[in-house]
Structure formats: structure tokens, C-alpha cells
Design a protein around this ligand. Structure first.
Ligand SMILES: CC(=O)SCCNC(=O)CCNC(=O)[C@H](O)C(C)(C)COP(=O)(O)OP(=O)(O)OC[C@H]1O[C@@H](n2cnc3c(N)ncnc32)[C@H](O)[C@@H]1OP(=O)(O)O
Ligand SMILES: O=C([O-])CC(=O)C(=O)O
Length: 372
């Protein structure tokens, strides 16, 4: 038995949700470029859960179900108020809130297909409300209740600030959600599948996935990119900052990918959005610094930017707090996690690989008095 570090190249399941073949990403057969230009996030949610685009009636129904389920139990909001002020990362708050939410769902442990689909709707609907409510409560502000007449993207931006977003902001945020919705067997999705393959419940699967997304090698990289851009601060500082990091063998956040070799197809959309939004907000330096970093990194190493790189300056331009970048990723990616969780239940088998043992050989128990 020989282990492959990080399971690189191992095909661990079949899935009909999304695919990455020759650096092309598709959701249920639809090219991400096509979806990014044309689809609403709600259509993508339907696509991932049903493997087909909704007709008008189906889309109206899904939007209505999401709107009707967006409110939170009062207990979740009260819980936020008990957190140590200024010490809780929003990803930790989100992880805790989803676990807690399971306690208030009477169907949490009901395992039939319809009940699991209803839980998927509830989770998808409530994640934006959780993230925005936490963001406000920690600033001493009242949460803003979700509206039923706004799009999923528009409602998030509205609940965050209390103001209706501009068309440009809503369109950009919708596109970002579409681009982040699913990505084959990434670490958080794999985590979700491993969890529910024990026949554990949907809330446990999503809680586990949030934990995996939080790390800086995965979803946490978007916040880390913004931290780097803020540290660099000016275009003139880029070259020395990046070259020093590379010569110290430090990783540049937002670059590299386990699967893509030529480049992440989502990055070009975010790059174009970054250019547009940073110029509209009068802060083109974030885009200029980002392109300079890309130029230097790619000239030194075969490491193209991934989805997290340009999303940082996009979210910053939308006025979003930097530590909410990864929770935003979760708001979108929960659609993919849920699609994979439902798919796992449909044809389940426990996921239990083996480990190549590298510890000591056989030993004999030594009573504690005789140990050195
Ligand atoms: C949504 C997402 O999850 S996208 C990924 C988000 N994560 C990041 O942006 C963090 C930065 N990137 C990375 O850490 C990696 O590229 C990962 C985690 C994305 C992929 O990791 P792996 O496939 O395991 O590649 P691994 O970390 O083994 O790197 C292979 C080589 O490339 C180098 N490398 C990989 N990424 C980077 C980077 N961002 N900056 C500098 N060097 C890098 C490694 O140092 C290593 O070099 P070596 O062979 O000389 O030791
Ligand atoms: O697929 C991966 O390993 C990481 C990634 O890009 C994603 O989850 O979107």
C-alpha cells in the first residue's frame, strides 16, 4: 500500500454535478463561461440540484422557496450577541450558526429524499441572512430582514448594508456567486461527502464543509489575497514584495491549483470585473497591483491566478469587509455542497480509504514504573 500525498490524481467518486476536463469547467454540462455571462445564481442552484436549467415556472418556484425560507430563528441572532466582541472570525460564526441551525430544524435527522431537499432549500436560503446578520450584530447594528422581492445577490447586498444595491453591484455579485457555486471534488465538497456518507445529516455535512473551506489553502485564500494587497499598498512596492516572498519560498495567495495547469477559467471573469469595479470606485490601484503581481508570479513560476485572486479586489470594490470574503464563498458554494450531499445519499457507500503506516514496528507494553 503506497499513499499518494494529498490524494493527488485519485478519482474518489463519480459525480454528475460538475466537471473539470482539460481546464474547462462545466456545471452539469454547461460551460462556466456561458453561465457567468448569462445565468442568475438562482438558475445555477436549480441546475446543480436538478442537472437541468429551470423553466420559468420552476425558477419562480425556487425563488419563492428561497425567499420564504430566508429568515432565521431568533435564537441564532441572540446567540451572535453572546460571542466575544471582535474575536470571532465570521467563518467561525457561520460554522457555529449552521450547526446551531440544525437544532431548530425538526426535520434535521429525517433522511428521506424530500426532507433532504427541503433542508437544502432552507440552508441555501439562510446562509446569506446568517452572514449579513453576524456582520451587523458585531458592529452593534440590528440585522436587516430579508426581502422577498430582491434577487438572491441583491438581497445579500441589501441585508449587508441596509440599502438596495446598484444594478452594477448586483450584477457583479451575481456573477461572483455563479463562478463559485461548484467545483467538482474540491476539499470542502469532499469533506461534505465524507461526512454524509456515514449517513450523518445535511447540517453536519455543511458544517464540516465550512470548516474545510475556511483554510487559506482553499476558500480562505481570498481574504489572504486582500491582506497581501493591503500590505503591498502601492503598485511600486509589488516587485520587491513578491520577489522577496518567492525567494523565501513563501506561497503567493491566490495562485496555483491542484487541478488546473494552464489556468483557472473563472479567473478571467473576475479579472474583468476587478478592472471595471476598481475603476468605478476610483481605486484602480487594487487592479493595477493585482495585474502586476500576476505578471511577476507567472514570469517566475508556472502558477496562474485562481478564483480567489481577483475576487479579492472585486469584493473590496463592493465595499465588503475583508473577513466576509470567505463566508461569501460559502454562500455560493453551499449550493454545490448540497448538490453533492444529495447525490451522495442517492447512491451511498461509506467513504473509508486506507493509510500507509509509517509508525514504529511492533512494541510490547511496558508498565509505567519501568519506563525511562
Ligand atoms: C478555491 C480554491 O481553493 S483555489 C486555491 C486557493 N489557495 C491558494 O490560493 C493558496 C496558494 N496556493 C497553494 O497553496 C497551492 O497552489 C494549492 C493549495 C492551491 C494547490 O496545492 P498543491 O497542488 O498541493 O501544490 P503544492 O502546494 O504541493 O505546490 C507545488 C509546488 O508549487 C509551489 N506553489 C504552489 N502554489 C504556490 C503559490 N501560490 N505560490 C508559490 N509557490 C507555490 C509549491 O511551493 C511547490 O513547490 P516545490 O515543488 O518547489 O515545493
Ligand atoms: O477545486 C479546488 O481544489 C479548489 C477550487 O478551485 C474550488 O473549490 O473552487
Amino acid at each position: 500500500m503506497t499513499a499518494t500525498k494529498g490524494l493527488e490524481g485519485i478519482v474518489a467518486t463519480t459525480s454528475s454535478v460538475s466537471s473539470i476536463i482539460d481546464d474547462t469547467l462545466t456545471y452539469a454540462g454547461f460551460n462556466i463561461d456561458d453561465l457567468a455571462e448569462n445565468a442568475s445564481f438562482e438558475e445555477v442552484v436549480y441546475l446543480l440540484w436538478h442537472r437541468k436549467l429551470p423553466n420559468k415556472g420552476e425558477l419562480v418556484q425556487l425563488k419563492q422557496q428561497l425567499a420564504e425560507n430566508a429568515s432565521l430563528p431568533q435564537e441564532i441572532l441572540e446567540h451572535f450577541k453572546t460571542y466575544p466582541i471582535g474575536k470571532v472570525h465570521p467563518m467561525a460564526a457561520l460554522r457555529s450558526a449552521i450547526s446551531l441551525l440544525g437544532l431548530y430544524d425538526e426535520e434535521a435527522d429525517v433522511m428521506d429524499e424530500e426532507a433532504n431537499y427541503r433542508k437544502a432549500i432552507r440552508l441555501q436560503a439562510k446562509l446569506p441572512t446568517i452572514v449579513t446578520a453576524f456582520s451587523r450584530v458585531r458592529k452593534g447594528l440590528e440585522p436587516v430582514a430579508p426581502r422577498t422581492d430582491l434577487s438572491f445577490a441583491g438581497n445579500f447586498l441589501y441585508m449587508l448594508s441596509g440599502n438596495e444595491p446598484s444594478d452594477i453591484a448586483e450584477e457583479a455579485f451575481n456573477k461572483a456567486l455563479v463562478l463559485h457555486a461548484d467545483h467538482e471534488l474540491n476539499a470542502s465538497t469532499f469533506t461534505a461527502r465524507v461526512c454524509v456518507a456515514t449517513l450523518s445529516d445535511v447540517y453536519s455535512g455543511v458544517t464540516a464543509a465550512i470548516g474545510a473551506l475556511k483554510g487559506p489553502l482553499h476558500g480562505g485564500a481570498n481574504e489572504a489575497v486582500m491582506k497581501m494587497l493591503s500590505e503591498i499598498s502601492e503598485v511600486d512596492n509589488v516587485e520587491s514584495y513578491i520577489k522577496t516572498k518567492l525567494s523565501n519560498k513563501e506561497k503567493i495567495m491566490g495562485f496555483g491549483h491542484r487541478v488546473y495547469r494552464q489556468g483557472d477559467p473563472r479567473a478571467k471573469h473576475l479579472k474583468a470585473m476587478s478592472k471595471k469595479l476598481t475603476s468605478l470606485t476610483g481605486e484602480p490601484k487594487w487592479y493595477e497591483m493585482s495585474t502586476k503581481i500576476e505578471e511577476i508570479v507567472t514570469s517566475e513560476k508556472p502558477l496562474p491566478p485562481n478564483v480567489d485572486f481577483y475576487s479579492a479586489s472585486v469584493y473590496h470594490s463592493l465595499g465588503i469587509d475583508h473577513d466576509l470574503f470567505t463566508p461569501i464563498f460559502a454562500i455560493s458554494r453551499v449550493s454545490g455542497w448540497l448538490a453533492h450531499i444529495l447525490e451522495q445519499y442517492e447512491n451511498n457507500r461509506l467513504i473509508r480509504p486506507r493509510a500507509e503506516y509509517t509508525g514504529p514496528g511492533m512494541q510490547k507494553y511496558i508498565p509505567i514504573e519501568q519506563r525511562g
